[in-house]
Design a protein around this ligand. Structure first.
Ligand code: BTN
Length: 236
């Protein structure tokens, strides 16, 4: 897979989407700095240079069901960075937590290309270094953690070298198998299993995910599969 590194860009996801729209093949594009990094639900994603920000661009069959892809990506990243388990957990649908604080996130975007193929971009942002004490923390996810607290030697380049082959393998497997094989792996790192949560208007107890990666929410009216939304923990 082609690799490209930029000193600065607006968003590596935008670079990757434009590459696919222009007919490009599989690509991993990373950047030292993003000036317009974005997160899910239209939010800005800020990094101060002490982050690993990159996007993987691939094409897939137009009909491929992408349900659960962000969870499978989260499992793959977590298994590479924390192979023993116990430090990195995943919060449905796209957050990585380290020792209980947000380490980073995943933003998947798709673009139609032809009748047979569509482009998929998997954007990943991971905090690398702890923030300096005087940093403006309001710009970051509250309570964010950093990879170098897990591995003091972690650099953006070395971490990407470890992640790239694992993500390539994941994409090949996902194309034929879907999310099912990752359901168990996700359950081992599920941050919210058994906890009271809210997704939009719906409140209940999180009971893991389905074979399609839907959140299973135990509500007053029964078990509801939820395919998209913003999950917050309820403090009770
Ligand atoms: C989230 O937490 O909502 C997802 C954050 C995803 C951020 C990454 S950084 C690399 C890629 N480029 C972007 O503009 N966003 C993603």
């Amino acid at each position: 897979m082609e690799r490209r590194h930029l000193a600065e860009c607006g968003s590596t996801n935008t670079e990757a989407l434009n590459h696919l729209r222009a007919g490009g093949g599989p690509l991993i594009v990373s950047a030292d700095r993003q000036t317009a990094g974005r997160g899910r639900l239209g939010r800005a994603w800020h990094s101060d240079g002490a982050a690993l920000t990159f996007s993987v661009a691939v094409t897939v069959p137009a009909g491929l069901d992408l349900s659960g892809l962000s969870l499978a990506v989260g499992c793959t990243v977590a298994d590479v960075l924390d192979p023993a388990g116990g430090r990195i957990q995943l919060k449905w649908p796209n957050d990585l937590f380290l020792d209980g604080a947000k380490l980073g996130g995943i933003l998947i975007e798709a673009v139609p290309l032809t009748a047979e193929r569509r482009g998929v971009v998997i954007g990943i942002g991971l905090n690398l270094q702890p923030l300096p004490a005087d940093a403006d923390r309001s710009a970051f996810a509250s309570g964010h953690a950093a990879l170098q607290t897990l591995d003091p030697a972690a650099t953006a380049g070395a971490t990407l070298d470890r992640l790239a082959p694992a993500l390539r393998g994941l994409l090949a497997d996902f194309e034929t198998l879907g999310f099912g094989p990752w359901q168990l792996a996700f359950s081992r790192r599920d941050l919210t299993a058994g906890r009271a949560v809210r997704v939009g208007e719906q409140a209940g107890i999180a009971r893991g995910v389905s074979t399609r990666g839907e959140l299973l929410l135990d509500t007053d009216t029964g078990l509801c599969p939820i395919s998209a939304g913003e999950l917050s923990l309820r403090l009770e």
